[in-house]
Design a protein around this ligand. Structure first.
Ligand SMILES: [Zn+2]
Length: 137
């Protein structure tokens, strides 16, 4: 029951990412279930990720994770699963809060991505991928 409520709380973002992922299926995007999420990679999702400001290898949107490739998903999964837990805490507030933190960091002269508290938690001290997850492995 608790897991269902967490999925429901994060669902506004998950549904949008799911629909875009599904649209990509005829255009080379693949999907599979992993660790309580739906992972999409390749095709349309890869194209979208290649246009992000940080050249993202992967991106979490609720309980949906996009990756440029299966290797990118495998490489970034630990980092992205931290973001899944963050979506479960913040639900539909996650993306606005992420943006507010990024803008705040930028105004303070810090990096809007690396210094964002959500990213700092996801990179963590024990994550062996460190800051490499925003690029193709
Ligand atoms: Zn991240």
């Amino acid at each position: 029951m608790r897991k269902f409520l967490l999925i429901l709380w994060a669902s506004p973002t998950s549904v949008v990412a799911l629909l875009i992922g599904l649209i990509g299926l005829p255009f080379g995007t693949h999907v599979h279930r992993k660790a309580g999420t739906l992972e999409f990679h390749g095709g349309l999702v890869e194209w979208l990720l290649s246009r992000t400001p940080v050249d993202a290898a992967a991106m979490t949107l609720g309980h949906v994770i996009w990756g440029r490739s299966q290797a990118a998903l495998d490489f970034c999964r630990e980092h992205e699963l931290v973001h899944v837990r963050q979506y479960e805490r913040w639900g539909p507030l996650f993306l606005p809060m992420y943006l507010i933190f990024s803008v705040t960091m930028w105004f303070r002269g810090k990096h809007p991505y690396y210094d964002n508290p959500f990213e700092r938690e996801a990179f963590g001290e024990n994550n062996p991928n460190d800051h490499a997850c925003h690029k193709e492995p």
